[in-house]
Write a protein of this length. Structure first.
Length: 143
């Protein structure tokens, strides 16, 4: 069950907008259901849109399983960063596999990886490196 904690206990039973909900996210979503989802420019979300500005994505009204409590939740943008593409799965990458790992080297070779003696690296498609869990060992991407 969700618990409300009040910072000041002045005897008021007014808990409109005061207190902090304490529950794990999983507990909260299982203990409630969404009854309404509003965009920032819709009635019922305007006050929160003024409060959170352009960071507001949507407002959700939830009811607990008993139907006696309503919770208002907001979805906010907290970070905005460009996505750095990792490349296509068929791109050839150079991977470092240590000489003291013969089993891993054998698995890579059996799946089609090629040893490049000049660089001392294994050449393979990015998807194979991912499948063998070698993505952290990728040294460079080849054209």
């Amino acid at each position: 069950m969700l618990a409300r904690h009040h910072d000041d206990d002045d005897g008021d039973d007014d808990d409109e907008g005061s207190g902090d909900l304490t529950a794990s996210s999983a507990e909260f979503t299982h203990a409630t259901r969404v009854v309404k989802r509003l965009l920032p420019d819709q009635a019922g979300a305007l006050k929160l849109a003024r409060r959170y500005g352009r960071a507001l994505v949507c407002v959700r009204y939830r009811h607990d399983t008993t139907g006696r409590h309503r919770y208002t939740t907001v979805e906010l943008i907290v970070d905005d960063a460009p996505i750095t593409p990792r490349g296509h799965p068929t791109d050839t990458v150079a991977v470092r596999i240590d000489p003291d790992q013969p089993t891993l080297r054998s698995r890579a070779y059996a799946r089609g990886a090629k040893w490049d003696a000049a660089s001392g690296l294994w050449l393979m498609p990015r998807c194979l490196a991912k499948e063998l869990r070698l993505t952290r060992r990728i040294v460079k991407v080849l054209p």
